[in-house]
Design a protein around this ligand. Structure first.
Ligand code: ADP
Ligand code: MG
Length: 312
């Protein structure tokens, strides 16, 4: 970009010479030299700048004033988010382009978001932050537990910390709280994987026998921080229960990795109504118990109540 600007400058002086546009050039430069930022820059650097050097910098000063105008209009900029700035380039004046504070903030926010791997999650969850979190009495406990988790995790990221099992009816904000938690952790440099468990189960089923299945399962089970959203929302086959969920939980327990859950059902209901009976109707209480043991080991059940926020 800078090179193109230079060419523009060179092109300008060439054009002026060729067409003998000296008088127009003079009036252009008068305008440039009336620019407040140009004036104060020249003043600041007056010791280093002879008149001849200022004249040699005209093309750059012209570029600066033009680009500043575009920047202020927020229109036609060569690099949106970058602001032109004058600087002394050895003996002459030059223009550089510096990122604006807004751009820096945006880039920082993007970096944070890149640490949150969301799989099949609703869009608004990606915008959830604890700062924007609307607190009600009903949510206070869950939020305070979330903050406690963050504190203890940040103080000892390698140690074991019980995560949360957020339980509550549809629309109380469980998923949103998981998103806000992931964002807060990401702000501190920690990556998490946030996934809609029923969609993941379908995806796993579809990739049975394909090579990438175990790869995907591996990736999920090894994520530094894992959040399984909406567990129990769909009926689970024995295979999903034992060979997908069971495998993930077993690994996370062994490795002591933070694992969050959200569910419309409490732990008892999850066990008895969703994990216990296979799709073929067989009772498998021991297998259900084994999964629940792992969930209980990894997380603490927190009840969230409140109105359904989805319908205003
Ligand atoms: P759940 O997962 O419990 O069914 P969601 O987390 O999807 O509920 O929340 C329902 C809706 O309310 C979403 O649109 C979400 O963006 C919004 N929401 C939930 N909690 C909050 C909150 N604390 N502050 C602002 N918006 C929220
Ligand atoms: Mg949800």
């Amino acid at each position: 970009m800078v090179n193109r600007m230079e060419d523009m400058g060179k092109g300008l002086s060439k054009l002026i010479k060729e067409r003998n546009l000296e008088s127009q050039y003079d009036s252009l430069m008068k305008e440039v030299l009336r620019d407040e930022d140009v004036i104060s820059f020249i003043e600041e650097n007056r010791e280093k700048l002879t008149d001849e050097r200022i004249v040699r910098s005209y093309a750059k000063l012209y570029e600066y004033v033009q680009e500043k105008k575009k920047f202020q209009r927020k229109d036609g900029m060569m690099a949106p988010g970058y602001m032109p700035k004058l600087f002394m380039n050895f003996h002459v004046i030059d223009v550089t382009y510096v990122p604006t504070t807004e751009l820096i903030a945006k880039q920082k926010e993007n970096e944070i978001r890149e640490r949150i791997h969301s799989m099949d999650m609703p869009k608004d969850v990606r915008n959830a932050t604890l700062a924007k979190f609307e607190l009600t009495d009903e949510r206070r406990e869950a939020v305070s537990e979330a903050l406690d988790f963050i504190d203890s995790y940040l103080s000892d990221p390698k140690g074991f910390h019980k995560s949360l099992y957020l339980q509550g009816s549809f629309g109380v904000g469980k998923t949103y709280l998981l998103g806000a938690l992931a964002h807060e952790l990401a702000k501190n440099g920690y990556a998490s994987t946030l996934m809609h468990f029923p969609s993941f189960a379908v995806e796993m089923k579809q990739s049975i026998g394909k090579n990438d299945m175990s790869e995907k399962l591996d990736m999920v089970k090894k994520s530094a921080i894992l959040m399984l959203d909406d567990i129990g929302a769909d009926s689970m086959s024995s295979w999903i229960r034992d060979d997908v969920l069971g495998v993930i939980l077993q690994y996370r327990m062994q490795e002591q990795l933070p694992t969050f859950f959200s569910s419309n059902f409490d732990m008892k209901q999850l066990e008895n109504e969703h994990l216990r009976t296979s799709q073929r109707g067989e009772e498998e209480p021991l297998k259900a118990k084994r999964i629940m043991e792992r969930i209980r080991y990894l997380s603490k059940e927190i009840k969230m109540t409140g109105k359904n926020r989805r319908n205003g």
